[in-house]
Ligand binder design. Structure first.
Ligand SMILES: Cc1ncc(COP(=O)(O)O)c(C=O)c1O
Length: 361
């Protein structure tokens, strides 16, 4: 069976080498006599997986020592809900910059427990651009400012880290973590669900400056308390050990490929290829995002004639290109081209698009 080029937004394509290693270790992990997913998370095998994974992630992302790493179930959405509980006092202002669906989701998660303000939004323009920094209304008393580094559905990405002064900046990097070098010291915290660029669904990562953990936050159960989670080394309850192990394999694969600097170059080339196929199509294909804000990871595009959508998807599938259907919020198409998508996959898609246009243009 041939594996297709899979453009799924998440859960997304994993490196084949990672899948093969997981397959080889599925029945027996090392000489443990059992799979890693069958062993206690408190046993020596899993504790070593967890230790190595954090060490590798720290190397990959150049995480400064004064930042803690929490591995957690519940996805990025749960982190969004826990941010104000952990880092804002009851009733304190928190500022959200909305540049797409996920920024809005984050803001909604905060609303029940904080004075969640919209500092800026590009919703009126259909989330096709970033609101200019000069037009943000930031609250001096805010506990933090939240941005979405890359909007997975709308295909809008911050290309520079916005300056928000002394208020900690918290960013959702779910769909762009590890895609290029990042100065984490510019953030109070960053977080990501793993299922796009870090591994499988079922685990998420929060990287947080330790001084933020000293904040008392709001009344919450220990399981929702990142301090308690860290004291328990992210094992306050049974962690998603299989997902954690898979994340570790994926991170090690990225290190072996040359790390984030190597992926930054590849990702820039991949994005350029795909946007060229769209922009040079003379309107047959269209991406509506302002060029300076275009995502390198998620490329939504539309056919000039929507009646061709089904044929496009069916022909793409036949050509070994899958998961190109756009999100229901936008319609059209979307190609997600995370680190595990090889340049050959994007080239194949660009070639297919030109061929399809030749037959239907
Ligand atoms: C940018 C971004 N933030 C948050 C989420 C929600 O993540 P989860 O499903 O892990 O809660 C997603 C999911 O696609 C996303 O793309």
């Amino acid at each position: 069976m041939a594996r297709a080029y899979n453009f799924s937004p998440g859960p997304a394509a994993l490196p084949e080498a990672v899948l093969r290693q997981a397959q080889a270790e599925m029945l027996e992990f090392g000489d443990a006599g059992a799979s890693i997913v069958e062993l206690s998370h408190r046993g020596p095998e899993f504790l070593e997986v967890a230790r190595q994974t954090e060490a590798d992630l720290r190397t990959l992302l150049a995480i400064p020592d004064d930042y803690a790493v929490v591995f957690t179930a519940g996805g990025a959405t749960t982190i969004q809900a826990l941010l104000p509980l952990n880092f804002a006092a009851p009733g304190q202002a928190v500022d959200y910059v909305l540049t797409g669906h996920w920024g809005k989701t984050a803001w909604k998660q905060a609303r029940p427990v904080a004075d969640a303000r919209i500092a800026a939004t590009s919703e009126a323009g259909g989330f096709r651009d970033l609101p200019p920094r000069a037009e943000w209304t930031l609250s001096p008393d805010a506990a933090y400012v939240h941005v979405t580094a890359n909007e997975t559905i709308h295909g809008v990405e911050f290309r520079d880290i916005p300056d928000v002064g002394d208020v900690p900046l918290i960013a959702d990097f779910s769909s762009s973590i590890a895609s290029e070098p990042l100065d984490i010291s510019r953030f109070g915290a960053i977080y990501a669900g793993a299922q796009k660029n870090l591994g499988p669904v079922g685990i998420a990562v929060l990287i947080v400056r330790r001084d933020l953990l000293a904040r008392s936050g709001q009344p919450r159960a220990p399981i929702f308390d990142y301090r308690a989670q860290l004291e328990a080394e992210s094992m306050l309850n049974t962690p998603p050990s299989w997902n954690w192990y898979m994340l570790g394999l994926t991170v090690r694969w990225m290190l072996g490929q040359g790390g984030v600097a190597a992926f930054a170059e590849r990702n820039a080339r991949k994005a350029a290829l795909l946007y060229a196929a769209i922009d040079e199509s003379g309107g047959f294909y269209r991406n509506d995002v302002a060029p300076a804000a275009r995502s390198r990871m998620n490329v939504p595009f539309f056919l000039h004639d929507e009646a061709l959508n089904e044929a496009f998807l069916a022909d793409a599938r036949a050509a070994g290109l899958v998961s190109l259907k756009g999100h229901r919020v936008l319609g059209g198409m979307r190609a997600s081209i995370y680190n595990a998508m090889p340049e050959a996959g994007v080239q194949a898609l660009a070639d297919f698009m030109r061929d399809f246009q030749g037959r239907h243009g």
